[in-house]
Design a protein around this ligand. Sequence first.
Ligand code: 6PG
Length: 237
Amino acid sequence: MIRIFADYEALSRAAANHVVLAGKRCAAERGRFDWVLAGGATPRTTYQAVAELTQEVPGFWQHTHLYWGDERLVPGDHPDSNYHMAKSCLLNLIDIPPEQIHRIPGEAPDAHATARRYQADFPARPDLLMLGVGGDGHIASLFPGSPLLRERDSLLAVAEAPVEPRLRITVTPAVLTAVRQVVVLVSGPAKAAALRRVFSQEGGIDQTPARLVRGATWFVDQQAAKEIIELGVVRPI
Ligand code: 6PG
């Protein structure tokens, strides 16, 4: 499903509502909500809105476990760290038991050992995987042309990014089939071409890794949706 919003703020509020509803439902159905966070900048306002909304939902964070879909191999207090971003936009604003924050230790010396250890702690079927999309169509740290685009066994792997910080730990496509639901946040004109490639099925997964995503709920603002609206894939709001 593709939901189009007038702007980034509206997209973020709607995505936050979606996450909180999912968390309440998972807690009611199985007493736990495993949420895999996205990195980058787009989720910032969504995370802040989730923190605000859950002030009215007693016990939300007692049932919630947080994981990361990818992390740069830098310390947790580094400005490039996805944990660092989530800490400022979410973790510092909520009352969650520390043992329920499952950080990827980017500072650990052995990346492959870190990926293996994190996989051992990672839920077999996460409830919600949140993703952003890069301008080149990457998701998490699955970049165009990466050999990881065919990984179907390991849930997590070491990735090489084309930009600094180059070394990453990332979920693999195997997680996309294990997860109960995927939410993708896409904002701004720089993402319009990648979205067009995803929804017009132009090129392959190697060129546009976001084409790996199936059955997701896409939260897209008008600017990012410009080309798929012109294509007639979606109707403008
Ligand atoms: C990362 C993210 C990455 C991000 C996209 C979009 O570690 O960089 O996981 O996949 O979601 O690059 O980034 P923006 O939201 O900053 O545009």
